[in-house]
Design a protein around this ligand. Structure first.
Ligand code: AMP
Length: 291
């Protein structure tokens, strides 16, 4: 595995590789890797000749009061994991490699990006879309891999790709979970032992949503209300977003008939946990099917 921090050097290496190989798959991450990230890598390995992983904690997508400076990092461990997994190239730029000048250009999908997580993290998805667009331009992959755990991110990135006719296919990968159902996340290390136990309320709430809809509940407002009540069973849980939305557009729905996504953004202590589940529509649960 070759490691680059400089955009020009990475481009030159990719140029040479492209002459011999056909397809490049990109796995963008913020590092502090876990089995969820590695699932994206494994999928990229199967589907591409060359796999590029990136590690960049992107300041543009963090709000002023968020965890940018204390976001967990372990580049040595991450590098070893990616090498072991057969990644060909790691792109790990510093902030000045990625943004040598203050960014004046913004890529935004505001109508989708201000919903759900965006409603409590203003500007977050513009930061995501901008960095992802820049990574696509640098690496020029045929395919890029994103976790369904960040469901809204996939919807935003797909729409950006469509609107701007970017020549890349977005491949969503199902969420990898811990033994008790908690979605793996780099931020889970922030949780104390007690908070970690309490965090199971998040996947449990999604299971409850599935159960209620299977039992015939069709009113999204009632479902949201019942799920908030369910979440409050856990005193450490502070729900910031509990929303039932159209799975493809993320717009509110009047009645639960087709596929909906139940999106949760829950604070446990000071840690924000994100999770979702697609339900309804005769049991089809894949993001791919929601398009
Ligand atoms: P992050 O490093 O948190 O920005 O995540 C990088 C990529 O890994 C994103 O596309 C995430 O959606 C994906 N990812 C994070 N956690 C998981 C998980 N538990 N299962 C699958 N993919 C994940």
């Amino acid at each position: 595995m070759r490691v680059f921090s400089d955009i020009g050097e990475l481009r030159a290496a990719l140029e040479a590789l492209r002459r011999q190989s056909r397809t490049v798959g990109l796995v963008p991450t913020m590092g502090y890797l876990h089995a969820g990230h590695m699932e994206l890598v494994a999928r990229a390995r199967v589907e591409n000749d060359i796999v590029v992983a990136s590690i960049f904690v992107n300041p543009l997508q963090f709000g002023a009061n968020e965890d940018l400076s204390k976001y967990p990092r372990d580049i040595e461990r991450d590098t070893a994991m990616l090498r072991q997994a057969g990644v060909n190239i790691l792109f790990a730029p510093g902030v000045t490699d990625m943004y040598p000048k203050p960014m004046m250009t913004v890529v935004d999908v505001p109508e989708i990006g201000r919903e759900l997580e965006g409603s409590v993290r203003p500007g977050h998805f513009a930061g995501v879309a901008t960095v992802v667009c820049k990574l696509f331009n640098i690496v020029q992959p045929q395919r890029a891999y994103f976790g369904e755990k960040d469901y809204q991110q996939v919807v935003v990135v797909r729409r950006m790709v469509e609107d701007l006719a970017l020549p890349v296919r977005i491949v969503p990968v199902p969420t990898v979970r811990d033994h008790d159902g908690l979605a793996l996340s780099s931020r889970n290390v922030y949780l104390s032992a007690g908070e970690r136990k309490a965090a199971v309320i998040v996947p449990q709430t999604l299971a409850e949503a599935e159960r209620l809809v299977a039992a015939g509940l069709t009113d999204p407002a009632e479902l949201e209300h019942l799920l908030k009540t369910f979440l409050h069973r856990e005193p450490l849980a502070n729900p910031e977003v509990v929303a039932v939305r159209d799975a493809a557009t993320l717009k509110p729905v009047e009645v639960i008939r087709d596929l909906v996504v139940v999106a949760l953004f829950v604070r446990i202590g000071t840690t924000r946990l994100l999770d979702n589940r697609v339900i309804g529509g005769q049991g089809v649960t894949k993001l791919g099917a929601a398009r």
